[in-house]
Design a protein around this ligand. Structure first.
Ligand code: XIL
Length: 370
């Protein structure tokens, strides 16, 4: 027989259990899912860091799986990580990311095969064209070969252009000449024939750099080599998102017959005296450089929400051309902008705050579908 007292006890137990499951709020089950909201429009991606790939926090894993259907390794597939010595490769973390993707139904965009930054340190000692060519060829063959049929796509070449549209003076340009970009795509295609192949850069929505980027795409195609898409990184600034340049870029890249994607989206709210995302560029800290150490003022929060809303309206307008939108980090705590171009700042560039709680910008993005 169940007495009143027992029923009351039961009630208490139910309440306690309900409260225990309350932390579910932080799992993010109560808020809409970005990947579901935009599932008919474009993929929604995020950059993943070591801790996230390692699944150190189950709540974080569940959150990622619910919000995103595509992911880019923030660092673990860069050459300094996967190719630490001349003839040594280390795919430990990259392989974990592949498992993560399979487990959670998330497509992986490999990032990146050829980039002038985060190169293995042994590169600095190489001074001959032959050796650079050998590194270049072996690297692409081995890494793209290892991830054949495992990654959905590759950022084959990252950031080969200067702001004026000319080629950046990288070790690859210096030793291999301008054709290294086409060669990289040719090698990637051979090593991983079914993988989508992209060129990725920042500021390539700006007219001059865009013109250089268009030339690159044309050159690759003219050589009979496949390129499937152009990635616009999208490291922009609050109140200054270049919507007109972005729209022109979507149209002009798409006119070349390639997909367009936004690959590293974040909107900086902290002071900066230059645009773009040249990782080699740094700023000296001063008293004004970290203005919001505890919270983002409401006016900036609202501007951030308005900027994201305008961007997603534009992406939706061109959803036949835009295939993916990837945020550079899951939440504000993960953002590289806390440490670049000045270390130890407190930035707020993403849709989720430091506890994975949705910011007004999240709701303004979701609202673009209503
Ligand atoms: C950044 C990472 O977020 C940082 O953790 C790392 O220290 C430096 O690189 N353009 C790119 C990305 O293509 O790979 C960069 O990622 C940010 C700029």
């Amino acid at each position: 027989m169940i007495s009143h007292r027992n029923i009351a006890k039961l009630g208490t137990i139910v309440l306690v259990l309900a409260n225990l499951t309350l932390p579910n709020v932080t799992f993010g089950q109560q808020i809409p899912s970005l990947r579901d909201t935009f599932k008919k429009d474009f993929g929604i991606g995020t950059a993943l860091n070591n801790a996230q790939i390692d699944e150190r926090d189950p709540q974080m894993t569940a959150f990622i799986a619910r919000q995103f259907n595509m992911a880019t390794p923030e660092n673990v597939m860069k050459s300094e990580v996967v190719h630490p010595k001349w003839d040594t490769y280390d795919f430990t973390m990259g392989d974990k990311l592949i498992d993560f993707g399979e487990k959670h139904n998330i497509k992986i965009n490999g990032h990146t095969l050829i980039w002038h930054s985060q190169l293995p340190s042994f590169i600095r000692g190489i001074k001959s064209q032959d050796s650079i060519r050998t590194f270049f060829t072996d690297h692409i063959k081995t890494v793209a070969g290892h991830y054949k049929d495992k990654v959905y796509s590759w950022d084959v070449v990252n950031e080969a252009l200067n702001e004026d549209g000319t080629m950046r003076k990288s070790v690859f340009l210096q030793y291999l000449g301008e054709d290294f970009v086409t060669e990289a795509f040719r090698l990637a295609q051979q090593a991983s024939p079914k993988t989508e192949l992209y060129y990725n850069d920042y500021n390539n929505e700006q007219p001059k750099k865009r013109a250089g980027c268009i030339e690159l795409v044309k050159k690759i195609k003219a050589a009979g080599v496949r390129i499937d898409g152009v990635g616009i990184q999208g490291h922009w600034h609050v109140g200054k998102v270049p919507l007109k340049d972005i729209e022109e870029s979507i149209l002009q890249y798409a006119a070349l017959g390639v997909k367009v994607m936004f690959t590293e989206l974040d909107i900086e709210v902290l002071p900066r005296n230059f645009q773009g995302a040249d990782v080699g560029q740094r700023m000296v800290a001063n008293e004004q450089s970290n203005p919001y150490p505890t919270a983002l003022p409401d006016s900036v929060q609202q501007q951030l929400a308005a900027d994201y809303e305008a961007l997603f309206k534009l992406f939706l307008k061109h959803k036949d051309k835009v295939t993916r939108v990837t945020f550079w980090g899951v939440n504000d705590a993960n953002s590289w902008l806390n440490n670049w171009p000045i270390r130890g700042r407190t930035s707020y560039p993403l849709l989720f705050d430091r506890k994975n709680q949705p910011k007004p910008a999240f709701y303004s993005v979701i609202g673009t579908k209503k």
